[in-house]
Design a protein around this ligand. Structure first.
Ligand code: HGY
Ligand code: MN
Ligand code: MN
Length: 406
């Protein structure tokens, strides 16, 4: 028998969670381990408790809501994502997958179903990696890709450590990360890209996810007077950084499947009439093909060597490096079968964004379900997905979770 999630409650919770964690300018900035994050975490834990789930928090702050119905045994089917956001975010990225996982469990409870396996919904800490790198950190620790102690000691962009901040907001749990081994993992997420909307398809069955390379580059030049220093005598770190940005943009436009982004940049001393003595910026390179991604990294290294030969100091610090991931074909097929049963047009696709599923796929069969993003916009307050698409995606998650846990 086909059942569905409680649509009104799911949409209402998305909006309620989306209203928490706003800064004084009204922007959604639920950065990992901030007071805004605590607000969202507390709200989520209330909902998990009301659903009668066993709440377990691990040492890196991953929140688990576990449902162990009578007769259920073995490792759980986990539905996860994250509730931390980027700066000035939309309300769907991550939160939609976590709240849909809860809605799926509540729908199964409501229908009196007795799955043979437990189910769990998990909100992973610091998926975005904006305050503390790398991203997908909570799930990376949960799969053993980074020790909890190392992660808790990571210093953020604001000089705080993740451990101190998680402790301050009361979310350093007692369980060891990885204590809950998934039998299978499914993540529902907005596409954050233009494909589904452009093709008029409500569902994406995500079969793979591209590789990610994050670095922090610091270029050292010589501060000098903007007015008196002849152009030929300058060691302008700002111009050198600008040359890297243009190089990376051209490289990505000329490399199959590649994208390149410099999302943050800072000059020292950052004064209108001083030639920058230093430029610090981050580089985000991605490609579904590991060999091509390595090629992008090698080309960047060579360009930076060229700047060194011109007399600039150049430092490159690795912040994150995740290989491309192929998801579990059986789960991808189950997503497609559920879409067909519900007469929803579906297509297989690659994820351009990083997700917790990229980490969990290292230890368990995993896959993702996408729903359309209006205008392909995300990491932006204009992020939007129609209610009908949100509910359709959650119902696919419900069908797949039922199949995996029966
Ligand atoms: O960077 C990403 O792709 C994800 O939003 N953390
Ligand atoms: Mn996300
Ligand atoms: Mn995101």
């Amino acid at each position: 028998m086909t059942i569905g999630v409680d649509a009104a409650r799911l949409i209402g919770r998305l909006k309620e969670l989306g209203a928490t964690g706003r800064d004084e300018a009204g922007r959604l900035c639920r950065l990992a381990a901030t007071d805004a994050d605590r607000e969202g975490r507390d709200l989520l834990c209330n909902w998990l408790r009301k659903a009668g789930l066993r709440i377990e928090i691990d040492r890196i702050g991953n929140i688990h809501g576990i449902w162990e119905p009578e007769g259920a045994a073995g490792d759980p089917v986990i539905m996860g994502s994250h509730i931390d956001t980027v700066i000035d975010a939309g309300i769907y990225d991550g939160c939609y997958g976590v709240l849909s996982g809860l809605a799926v469990i509540e729908a199964m409870q409501q229908a009196g179903l007795r799955p043979s396996r437990p189910l769990a919904v998990v909100a992973y800490t610091n998926e975005e990696g904006v305050r503390y790198a790398p991203d997908m950190m909570g799930s990376l620790v949960a799969v053993g890709g980074l020790s909890a102690d190392e992660a808790l000691a990571i210093v953020g962009t604001d000089g705080t450590t993740l451990g101190a901040e998680l402790g301050r907001i009361g979310y350093v749990g007692s369980r060891e990360p990885g204590f809950l081994k998934p039998h299978a993992y499914v993540e529902l997420h907005i596409e954050q890209g233009p494909i589904l909307e452009a093709e008029g398809r409500p569902i994406g069955a995500v079969e793979n996810l591209q590789g990610i390379s994050w670095q922090k580059i610091t270029i050292g030049g010589t501060a000098n007077h903007a007015g008196t220093t002849p152009m030929a005598m300058r060691r302008d770190a700002g111009v050198a950084a600008g040359r890297v940005l243009v190089f990376l943009d051209q490289l990505a436009r000329n490399t199959e499947g590649a994208v390149a982004t410099v999302g943050t940049i800072r000059f020292e001393p950052n004064a209108i009439n001083v030639i920058p003595s230093a430029a610090t910026f981050t580089v985000d390179l991605r490609n579904p093909d590991e060999v091509l991604l390595q090629g992008q990294e090698t080309a960047l290294d060579a360009f930076l060597d060229g700047l060194r030969n011109e007399g600039f100091e150049v430092k490159a610090e690795r912040l994150a490096r995740f290989q491309p991931v192929i998801f579990e074909p059986e789960i991808v097929a189950a997503i497609e079968a559920s879409a067909a049963e519900r007469q929803l047009v579906c297509r297989r696709m690659t994820s351009g964004a990083g997700h917790d599923a990229q980490m969990i796929a290292r230890i368990a069969p995993s896959a993702m379900i996408f729903v359309p993003s209006k205008g392909g916009i995300s990491h932006n307050p204009a992020e939007f997905t129609a209610d009908s698409d949100l509910v359709a995606g959650a119902n696919i998650l419900l069908d797949v979770a039922r199949k995996l846990s029966q």
